[in-house]
Design a protein around this ligand. Structure first.
Ligand code: GTP
Ligand code: MG
Length: 323
């Protein structure tokens, strides 16, 4: 006899895509090619997505989604369990006290934080600073830095490390940088992160994806490709939020937007990836250039913090408060 509580879990592990109604070998293959590899990905998919990727009818897609949902264990946790998890959340300092205050102490682990803003607004500098500050707080941590624009600079890490009073060589040794050449490569690298943790025993505490969207933007041009891009980006965000939640990792992603709203979509907060990236990120920060070379960070969206705005500076050896 299987206990009530564990029954659903066992069932979920045994089921594969082909156990879903209407899914034969051919459909399963299409699903897998499109990145739907487990039942969870089907359970959270939309009918439209499945129809588009596999050519099944809406009725079949609905049945697949419902069956996948039924097969999963109930997604409820007690408040006590939630509180226990919240207590494990660490806040990573940005280096600037005012920036930290805006975020209730710093960038949270177990969540995705997105900074979006125009070129030169400081998104990449924030990534470098977080890498160093994470290691200052947890010297045995590993940082994973996925660099899509070739803007990771070990020299900047050295400067920030010195500013934080750390041995720069030791810091560089703990940052694993991977250059992503296209969006598939970016997703493949993300997929590999789990094995760093489970097989190599690395304590990954921060993942930086800088930039999250540049390859997607470059590869999917034109209206016809928008749905495909959003779908892929959705899967990428799903990968990242799973890592954040499963291993209590701080995930930091950057996203470029144009300065002039009227030349873009009308609203600077409509960054690329739009609602997909927005919904998957727990915290969203809009960065812009302020007066006299300062930077302004504006909190757009946060579950338990007041929206607000602060000024900081990108200095030679770290992010600093404005005097
Ligand atoms: P894109 O990736 O182009 O969208 O820009 P970004 O938002 O990533 O901007 P980034 O973080 O690269 O910020 C660049 C700015 O950081 C520069 O304009 C400088 O103001 C500042 N900065 C970069 N390097 C240094 C440095 O060595 N010393 C100081 N003081 N400031 C620096
Ligand atoms: Mg950058």
């Amino acid at each position: 006899m299987v206990e009530n509580g564990s029954y659903a879990e066992l069932k979920m592990e045994k089921l594969s895509l082909q156990d879903l109604p209407g899914v034969g070998a051919a459909t399963a293959e299409k699903l897998e090619q499109a990145g739907y590899r487990d039942l969870i990905s089907i359970a959270v998919a939309t009918i439209g997505e499945l129809v588009e990727t596999t050519g099944v009818t809406e009725t079949v897609a609905r049945k697949m989604i419902n069956a996948a949902r039924d097969s999963m264990k109930m997604g409820f946790e007690t408040g006590t369990e939630m509180l226990r998890k919240r207590q494990a959340v660490a806040k990573i300092s940005t280096g600037s006290n005012s920036f930290n205050t805006l975020l209730g102490g710093g960038f949270e682990t177990g969540a995705i934080t997105e900074c979006f803003g125009e070129f030169g607004s400081g998104k990449t500098q924030v990534g470098h600073s977080l890498a160093v500050q994470t290691l200052k707080q947890e010297p045995d941590a590993t940082i994973v830095y996925i660099d899509t624009e070739n803007t990771f600079r070990p020299e900047r890490i050295q400067q920030f490390a010195e500013g934080a009073g750390l041995d720069s060589e030791e810091v560089l040794e703990k940052i694993m940088v991977a250059r992503a050449y296209n969006s598939d490569h970016q997703m493949l690298l993300t997929e590999k992160i789990e094995s760093l943790i489970t097989e190599q025993g690395k304590k990954v505490r921060l993942i930086v994806v800088d930039s999250l969207t540049s390859h997607f933007r470059a590869e999917f041009i034109g209206r016809g490709t928008l749905a495909e891009r959003q779908q892929k980006l959705n899967r990428h965000m799903h990968q990242l939020s799973k890592l954040a939640a499963s291993y209590n990792i701080c995930v930091y992603v950057t996203n470029q937007v144009m300065a002039k709203p009227d030349q873009f979509f009308g609203d600077p907060t409509t960054s690329i990836g739009g609602h997909i990236v927005g919904h998957a990120s727990t915290f969203r920060i809009y960065l812009r250039k302020g007066k006299k070379g300062t930077r302004v960070a504006k909190l757009i969206d946060a579950p338990n913090l007041a929206d607000g705005e602060v000024c900081f500076e990108v200095a030679e050896n770290g992010l600093r408060d404005v005097a």
